[in-house]
Design a protein around this ligand. Sequence first.
Ligand code: ATP
Ligand code: MG
Length: 596
Amino acid sequence: MSSYFLRTLREDPADAEVASHKLLVRAGYIRRVAPGVYSWLPLGLRVLRKIEQVVREEMDASGAQEVLFPALLPREPYEKTNRWEEYGPNLFRLQDRKGGDYLLAPTHEEMFTLLVKDLYSSYKDLPLSLYQIQTKYRDEARPRAGLIRGREFVMKDAYSFDLADSGLDDSYAVMRAAYSRIFERLGLEVAICRAMAGPMGGSRSEEFLHPCAIGEDTFVRSAGGYSANAEAVKTVVPDSLPIEGQPLPQDYPTPGAKTIASLVEMANEIAPREDRPWEAGDTLKNVMVTLTWAGGEREVICVGIPGDREIDMKRLEASVSPAEVEMASPEDLARHPELVPGYIGPQVLGPNSPNRSVDDNGEPIGSVRYLLDPRVVDGTRWITGGNKDGVHTFNMVKGRDFEADGTIEAAEIRVGDPAPDGSGPLELARGIEVGHIFQLGRKYAQALDLKVLDENGKAQVVTMGSYGIGISRVLAALAEQNCDDKGLKWPLGLAPYDIHILATGKDQEVFEKAEELTTELSASYDVLYDDRLKVSAGVKFADSELLGMPFVLVVGRGLKDGKVEIRNRQTGEKREVEVASAVSELTTMINDSRKA
Ligand code: ATP
Ligand code: MG
């Protein structure tokens, strides 16, 4: 360590909020260059390489073959798939000296597709899986948490190529199994969550989320083993209720009932239900949002959800994708004078609107499209806006008094909601997306004309899968999972070094012994030796805790009695042993820890 390229810091970096970010900088693993852009120092690079190696071994074992593309790519292929535009401001675009457009690749579907098209032409060449471990660039709006959301980051991306859909299913299953082995070997807990397939098309899509309080993704899980991204959860639709015999709609003045709570309170005073008190979940909240379609066309729609729930913007976004969504502005609403802000009811919406008309394609125009939460089934009875200032309509029964243009998954998921597969109530958790596998289908192959000849000599479009792991994000997630207030605590196998030997004090003999042990242990292990002469024992201990090697061997004062100390950073165990048996003791401890 006297010559190692390392400076540890006592202070947290000013911009760091999460433990992994603070510790990786303080322990000298990474240095910030620009927002979301980091340099790798020797310690950090060693961990990065070890993670890559685990991923590489499992990719190779799964039959995928490693290639490496440039990060600097020409515009044309991305033009063909529309992503030069679609990627929006997240794409780093640049020009060469001749004015040619280039980009720094955010992901590589296009290049893999073109490479296979370049070289392969027969069904006999398939199936094929290729991967690379490479630097990606995304101009993220909010780079955060150090390596967790970078603008430059390391990703393993793999792609499978098959002729038939069933082949894609098989390739997908092989990758999925490889991912499970990777995260198991890395000791990183993951929940495999169903995700939205999204505008990319394709069918199956799953995210590997590491459950963690600082994660940006919300996911749900049930005791019965269901787990999904919040966006992908389908609401369990209750049975319809009988309409017959339900009281008829009636308008009531509700002055001052500005919130759901005050509306419910007033409702129970002025028009109590015959069976039970009104609840927030009996009110129907109609939320106006504006969609912007790819051509720039804006459409105001109304989303109706039970009043005891909020809109979940991410779920709403996923439901209306590829349209962009925002809350309707006063200007948007001004174009629909039938809507009375705060008192919007179904009577003026969608199919219920008297001035509803359809265009040539049968699409509704003239009235605002009305999409309902799937819980609003026929026979359910609601308090809704009365479309007059200060008025609500009670006893609006779906299927009798109003209809909708369809349903939409836009309401938040709540703890206790039933899992769609009947596996019990849902709980909510936060997670970091460390991997994502999905069936792309034929979208890219179609756009880039990747076809092979089938058994009958007929050209067929190939179907593809895409499989990513955020290698540098995994490193941060591992640091987050393996740390305490003193520093990092790497598991064996991923730590930059297996053993950290500290020579403490000033005794010449101590340094000689420590060096001897370093040499001996280096034959079997990666060893870091703290041989710094004028550094106090206290600083050496603190540094070793900060750096986080799994085993620490302290050669110090005890040596004159023939003793050294072994510390296990993960378990906190300390053991004084005879110097003569130090190597065998350590070997046993390391073997035990490997087995566990
Ligand atoms: P996110 O939703 O977190 O933005 P994504 O869904 O856009 O990620 P993918 O395109 O699926 O990401 O990329 C594959 C993997 O690359 C992700 O699962 C994640 O682990 C990693 N990754 C994506 N963006 C970043 C980033 N900005 N910094 C670090 N790793 C990232
Ligand atoms: Mg993803």
